[in-house]
Design a protein around this ligand. Structure first.
Ligand SMILES: [Zn+2]
Ligand SMILES: [Zn+2]
Length: 438
């Protein structure tokens, strides 16, 4: 078989110390991290010519990397060889009596297929074989077709919380990449890139986390990017749809028919893309067949009459079919949507952007959508450049952060890679987030 060195995995104990060496002392570029929630690991790739280094940071005590570091200390962990035909490679190795960790190739990161060789057969080295996407499974960026013949990869999975009588389930609609400058506004790259390293196109990786609220009725707030986009759009936004809302709903034990209410924070494509689907005949229809879709009237007006400053994020296919199907309900004010759930206009990001306040049994939670898209955006000046009215974002964020700290509100961060929800704390004038356990 022909094999090329793809990358070398390095187990890291202290990420900031590792960055001080690889990034600062060696002067290498670090790409945006990839979260592999199922393995409790965050991978930071460092391009070096044709190959890469992969700094592996454990995110939980159960992670294999954490155990490795505990037992043997930080250092070389594995090396990865890229092969053209992984099925043939594994068959060849097995025929020669090589012991495999994976008897069958399985899905790996970014649409690849992988199989590990046991170190006992490789003279003490853990070797990963990898077949790049696009050989037998199509491009990693085309959604479900990419998975023909493979099980869907394991994603971040649903995370359940309870707030009084209500059950909240944080879901995932895959990952997206956005320009780091757009996401952090006046904050210099030297500051934001330590929180969210940029890739070679200056993009950072964002999650999309719709939230299900189960109470008197079953509601979903936002629905991610959806499955209608293709080609250049998916490439521009680096969409990774291997684990998406279809998988997440199924993992949460929910079918699209179970959803009574779909509530929109606003109609940008990374929130409303999953509101509609294209059927086999090419027609657009509501994705949740029994649901009423609730949108703020001002947001609807803006989305259906975009201007040069907001047009890039509005795509009519995501919401116009809802009006045509007669399932659209427009609301004008800060109203109660169902018992314990109400909306509140924040403005800032879009003129009529709204957040969702959830209250039950003396407890509160909040789905803040693009008011505070990630935990990095909690401090005052961390406001996306794409916000239409950043000073309104600032005022709304300050007021909300004070309220959330006082009420111990469970805050959901829709675009955060690592933290689905947490508590905002004021510690000596510094605002921080304490991640919540489900
Ligand atoms: Zn938005
Ligand atoms: Zn967004």
């Amino acid at each position: 078989m022909r094999a090329t060195l793809d990358h070398i995995g390095i187990a890291v104990k202290d990420l900031s110390a590792a960055l001080a060496f690889y990034r600062d002392a060696l002067g290498l570029e670090i790409e945006a991290p990839e979260e592999v929630a199922s393995q409790q690991v965050r991978a930071h790739f460092v391009p070096v010519g044709e190959s890469k280094l992969e700094l592996l940071e454990p995110t939980g005590a159960e992670s294999a990397i954490a155990k490795y570091v505990e037992k043997r200390g930080p250092g070389l962990h594995h090396l990865t060889l890229r092969v053209d035909d992984i099925e043939a490679a594994v068959a060849q190795l097995k025929a020669r009596g090589v012991r495999m960790v994976d008897e069958q190739p399985r899905p790996g990161a970014e649409g690849s297929t992988i199989a590990f060789i046991h170190p006992s057969s490789a003279h003490g080295v853990l070797i990963e074989l990898k077949q790049a996407p696009g050989r037998t499974h199509g491009s990693s960026l085309t959604g479900d077709e990419a998975q023909v013949g493979a099980d869907p990869p394991v994603g971040p999975g649903p995370v359940r919380y309870s707030v009084g009588e209500l059950e909240l389930i944080s879901l995932s609609d895959g990952l997206l990449r956005m320009d780091g400058g757009l996401m952090f506004g006046v904050v210099p790259k030297t500051d934001w890139s330590t929180h969210a390293p940029a890739d070679e196109r200056n993009r950072i990786t964002l999650a999309m986390r719709p939230l299900v609220v189960r109470g008197a009725r079953t509601m979903i707030i936002d629905a991610g990017l959806g499955d209608k986009e293709s080609g250049e759009f998916l490439d521009t936004y680096g969409a990774d749809r291997r684990y998406n809302l279809n998988h997440a709903l199924a993992d949460a034990g929910l079918a699209p028919e179970d959803i009574d209410i779909v509530l929109a924070s606003h109609l940008h494509f990374d929130h409303a893309g999953g509101f509609t689907v294209r059927d086999a005949a090419g027609r657009l229809r509501p994705r949740f067949p029994r649901a009423q879709y609730i949108v703020r009237r001002g947001e609807w007006e803006d989305a259906t009459h975009p201007h040069s400053q907001n047009t890039a994020r509005y795509r009519a296919d995501n919401y116009v079919p809802l009006a045509e199907a007669g399932v659209l309900q427009l609301v004008d004010d800060d109203v109660t949507i169902m018992p314990g759930v109400k909306v509140r206009r924040t403005g800032g990001h879009t003129t009529h952007h709204q957040m969702v306040i959830i209250e039950s049994g003396g407890k509160t939670a909040s789905f803040v959508a693009d008011l505070i898209p990630t935990t990095a955006h909690v401090p005052d000046s961390w406001i996306p450049a794409l916000d239409l009215y950043p000073m309104d974002t600032l005022a709304a964020k300050q007021a909300f952060a004070r309220e959330a700290a006082a009420k111990k509100t469970l805050v959901f961060f829709e675009h955060d890679l690592a933290t689905a929800a947490g508590y905002i704390r004021d510690e000596e004038g510094k605002r921080r987030v304490l991640p919540a356990l489900s």
